[in-house]
Design a protein around this ligand. Structure first.
Ligand code: 16G
Length: 242
């Protein structure tokens, strides 16, 4: 139905309209996690589209992590959160796109002097000030990640500005993240992380460290995130050496 509604927008190519329609249905909750989509052939026949168009739309949604394809079984709305490693998204933006309702509990939100580690990561001098956030991040009702961020104080000078999304605030300040360096490694959650995330101590997690740049080359964040290993898949497309 969503497809028919969007079909009016005749400017976009058919595969993009279908891609948008399915994404909207997932965002609105009309298609829930685990929902099985009709086969490529059924969709094509029902919507009077070519199979190539349907395949292209579905492939794009798989790439975005909205759908997963299991060989032989078909296409489903993603249950685990499948996150492309190559896209610079924010926690809030990413979860909203999946129809979840992201929110955060702040354990810290303050201005302080940089630690040596933050100074190195952000190229700041000792004594410089940063806004420091320590957040427990939820998708709808489930705790998904713990996150510590440091943002140079001359970028965000009032920590209270950050209520939901750091990236939205950066965007509003004209400091849109355009590039980031990220490191990913496996961890076992310590007692505090496990308590916050409501998983047994020692459970598997993914620790991600991100340093993010804006267009003029300035660093705007140094964030360490601990994502639940039982909730997230990180995916990337790899290219062969030429
Ligand atoms: C993501 C980023 C984190 C960023 C945050 C902003 C990863 C591994 N980390 O969690 O670096 O600070 O999003 O989210 O993806 P926000 O805009 O919702 O505050």
């Amino acid at each position: 139905d969503e497809y028919r509604r969007q079909a009016e927008d005749t400017h976009a190519p058919a595969y993009l309209r279908l891609r948008r329609a399915i994404r909207t249905s997932v965002e609105r909750g009309a298609l829930g996690p685990g929902h099985a989509l009709p086969s490529e052939r059924e969709l094509a026949r029902h919507l009077e589209l070519s199979r190539v168009t349907v395949r292209k739309a579905l492939a794009g949604l798989v790439e975005d992590g909205v759908l997963t394809q299991r060989h032989g079984a078909g296409t489903f709305v993603a249950e685990r959160i499948v996150k492309p490693l190559s896209k610079l998204t924010s926690f809030t933006g990413d979860l909203r796109a999946r129809g979840l309702n992201p929110r955060s509990v702040f354990m810290e939100r303050e201005v302080g002097e940089v630690t040596p580690e933050e100074a190195m990561a952000l190229n700041l001098s000792p004594g410089a000030l940063v806004v420091r956030l320590y957040r427990l991040r939820y998708g709808s009702d489930e705790p998904l990640a713990v996150e510590r961020s440091a943002i140079p104080h001359d970028i965000v000078n009032d920590p209270e500005m950050i209520e939901d999304s750091l990236y939205e605030v950066l965007e509003k300040l004209g400091c849109r993240p355009v590039r980031a360096l990220q490191r990913l490694r496996a961890v076992n959650f310590n007692a505090e992380q496990a308590r916050l995330l409501d998983v047994p101590e020692g459970s598997a997690g993914l620790a991600l460290e991100r340093r993010t740049f804006i267009a003029d080359g300035r660093l705007v964040e140094y964030t360490r995130s601990w994502y639940r290993g039982d909730a997230y898949d990180f995916v990337a497309e790899l290219q062969g050496e030429s």
